[in-house]
Design a protein around this ligand. Structure first.
Ligand SMILES: [Cu+2]
Length: 502
């Protein structure tokens, strides 16, 4: 039977026996025994400004051949400084934030992957043997089979695997990201640090090349000693949010911007469960790209919701008086969380002024699909929560997955319904879609994504609401998946098989 998640369920007891209070907008320390940040969630996280903002490091290309990008990627534990603590994280190549991988459309990306996570027979709280992993090129329109974006292949500790991706069908001007995707294990690996490795496909438009550009991977974490705080069953149900909120591993860094300058900020939400409602104090943000590529023109916004797995490509113009302006995440009640105001970063006006302008157009090829959807094949996809289970059409992936079969070369109309008391960010692999309509949730988010020519691989499905989207099933056959990108819910089974046949 369907079980709705109620606020009552968010009042939980932690493993230590201390009460943890969730689900109300402003928590106070009413009990002096609630001493650790794990147990009390503040309504405001406003750390002092930190070091100067750093972009993620770049991944070296090992190939000298034109049209080939070859990298070495090793999943391994490493010491990483998090908020002054030498934390024991899971990483790619020892980096947190991860290194950025850059390709041009048409390049072959070759990944020499090695799983150097410790070999163990220990199982996690969901019953999955730890440290088995693999990689997923989130958002890439590439084959889901063989050595490509194949999430059904698992790489055991000590094993190596050669992944190879033909990017000739992947849209240019995109920011995607690479993360692990071994079912039942994704949460602890992404939460533990294997998250947010940016995959950048170069632009094929001219108008943006002059702007100072930054990549921003948003992650959150809580530490117990030097380790990422372990997940309880309640954390899996609610989606765990950390009290350390970072951009590129930094806490509230200072990003210099010149008066009058336009900067391009390419932002990925690489958190497991935290929603960000992004806003820059006293500034308009101009949306120029989304998950699947660049838009036709800039869309001015005062704020934008960014759910786990989503990306936004923003232009920011420094058109205010000199000073510091906070890049904030505003409170958002997704259900199961504590709405918080968080300072992610601080833009700091400095140096001489320049006279940049927001361009009038970006990508003239970006178009909203104009089709008669009445004759299309329809799919109904229902997201819900059971007891320690996530469900799609009442089936849990780890038990007996729901299977949706599609045919290459067709278009389908998917209605994704949310029969639960929490929002769920829905993510489908391989084929991005266009949003036709949304019911429930934020009006601004719904009207934006149902009107602009955006390609989406991740879209928020509001609690009690629905999303209708047009899905072109293009180019590639093979088995892949769609799932909730609150990673905890995916691991609980809110994931289904998408079997694409010729
Ligand atoms: Cu979910």
């Amino acid at each position: 039977m369907e079980k709705m998640v109620t606020r009552r369920q968010f009042i939980i007891t932690g493993a230590t026996g201390l009460a943890a209070i969730y689900g109300i907008s402003a928590c106070t320390k009413s009990d002096s025994s609630l001493s650790t940040s794990e147990n009390v969630k503040a309504a405001v996280i406003d750390p002092p400004t930190g070091e100067v903002f750093k972009d993620p490091p770049e991944m070296p290309n090992l190939s000298a051949n034109a049209g080939v990008v070859e990298i070495a990627l090793e999943a391994k534990t490493a010491k990483v400084k998090i908020k002054g603590v030498n934390a024991d994280l899971m990483t790619y190549n020892g980096y947190f934030p991860q290194q950025t991988i850059r390709v041009r459309r048409g390049d072959n990306l070759i990944v020499n992957f090695k799983n150097s996570l410790p070999l163990t027979t220990e199982k996690n709280i969901l019953g999955y043997t730890k440290n088995i992993t693999n990689i997923h090129t989130h958002g890439w329109h590439v084959s889901p089979s063989g050595k490509s974006d194949n999430v059904f292949r698992h790489i055991n500790p000590g094993e190596e695997f050669l992944y190879e991706y033909d990017t000739s069908k992947q849209e240019a001007g995109t920011l995607n990201f690479l993360h692990s995707h071994g079912h039942g294990l994704i949460t602890e690996q992404m939460w533990g640090g294997i998250a947010g490795c940016a995959l950048v496909v170069a632009d094929e438009v001219d108008g943006l090349s002059g702007f100072e550009t930054h990549i921003m991977s948003l992650n959150d974490m809580s530490l117990v000693g030097t380790n990422p705080a372990p997940h309880t069953h309640e954390d899996y149900m609610n989606g765990k949010e950390g009290d350390i909120v970072m951009v590129n591993g930094q806490i509230n860094p200072l990003l210099p911007i010149r008066p009058g300058q336009v900067q391009r900020w390419r932002v990925v939400n690489a958190s497991t469960a935290r929603y960000y409602k992004l806003s820059l104090e006293k500034h308009t943000m101009y949306l120029i790209g989304t998950d699947g590529g660049l838009l036709d023109k800039p869309y001015p916004l005062s704020d934008i919701l960014l759910t786990p797995g989503e990306r936004v490509d923003l232009l920011i113009k420094a058109d205010q008086g000199s000073g510091n302006y906070r890049f904030l995440s505003m409170p958002y009640d997704r259900g199961g969380n504590v709405p918080q105001t968080i300072t992610i970063m601080t833009a700091s006006y400095s140096e001489n002024s320049v006279k940049d302008e927001i361009p009038a157009s970006v990508n003239p090829n970006a178009k909203k699909l104009n089709m008669d959807t009445a004759s299309l094949r329809k799919a109904q996809i229902v997201l819900s929560m059971g007891v320690n289970k996530g469900l799609i059409n009442n089936k849990s992936f780890g038990d007996d997955p729901f299977v949706h079969t599609s045919k290459v070369g067709t278009f389908e109309l998917w209605e994704i319904q949310n029969f639960s008391g929490m929002d769920h960010p829905f993510h489908q692999h391989v084929n991005p879609a266009q949003i036709i309509s949304m019911k429930g949730g934020e009006k601004g988010y719904a009207s934006l994504y149902s009107s602009i020519p955006a390609w989406k691989d991740t879209i928020n499905v509001p609690k009690g609401g629905s999303v209708t989207m047009l899905v072109p099933v293009r180019d590639f056959s093979g088995k892949t998946v769609f799932h909730c990108h609150i990673i905890e819910h995916g691991d609980l089974g809110m994931m289904a098989v998408w079997d694409i046949v010729k």
